[in-house]
Design a protein around this ligand. Structure first.
Ligand code: HEC
Length: 173
């Protein structure tokens, strides 16, 4: 009888730990990101587009994995990049299962004018070429280089290890 109780207790603990891990990894989806400053909100706030977005870590890493195809990072395709910012203007992040990126209005409605460095918010993003951007996504998905990189090591199962895994792929590729 004691053994049964012990086994039940262990089973309960395992179930609780499993449920807790699942909740930490996939539960509690983030609210759309808001910034109290209107211009920051326009540039980096969420309009809810992350729901089907690329995983943040993949999107952030992709240009680094293909420096020959994206020599200036996302700026290669005309995205505006502010100094000190990881993501370009017009890209928001939100946890939706996992952290994902999405575009907002500033993606297509922000640019620089006449060589002036400062961004003009609301201007048409005349340098942005979403066609070339989409081709980059499909081309890199089919690139044997991606297979070479991803086959270096088995990808980890947990999000905690994913960053280190991708960093090691970049370091060894
Ligand atoms: C994928 C790129 C893209 C995104 C994202 C985008 N727009 Fe646009 N928007 C355009 C394009 C291109 C035009 C011009 C369409 C035309 O002239 O036929 C436009 C036109 C407009 C216009 C009309 C401007 C005028 O002079 O008539 C408004 C207003 C506007 N967008 C607001 C928004 C808002 C608000 C959002 C975010 C909720 C947004 N746009 C997101 C590409 C985009």
């Amino acid at each position: 009888m004691r053994l049964v109780i012990r086994l039940l207790a262990v089973a309960l603990l395992v179930a609780l730990a499993g449920a807790g891990t699942f909740f930490l990894l996939y539960g509690r989806d983030g609210e759309p990101e808001r910034f109290s400053d209107d211009t920051e909100h326009f540039k980096y706030g969420s309009i809810g587009a992350e729901v089907n977005g690329y995983p943040y870590i993949v999107w952030r890493t992709l240009p680094h994995l293909f420096p020959d195809r994206a020599p200036k990072g996302w700026a290669t395709f005309g995205f505006s990049q502010e100094p000190g910012r990881i993501l370009p203007v017009g890209v928001s992040v939100r946890k939706y299962g996992i952290p994902r990126v999405g575009f907002n209005c500033a993606t297509c409605h922000t640019s620089t004018v006449n060589g002036v460095k400062e961004l003009t918010l609301g201007a048409p993003a005349n340098k942005l070429d979403l066609g070339v951007y989409l081709r980059f996504l499909t081309d890199t998905a089919a690139d044997p280089g991606l297979r070479r990189i991803t086959s270096l090591r088995k990808p980890p199962n947990t999000r905690r290890e994913l960053g280190g895994w991708i960093a090691s792929c970049i370091a060894t590729s």
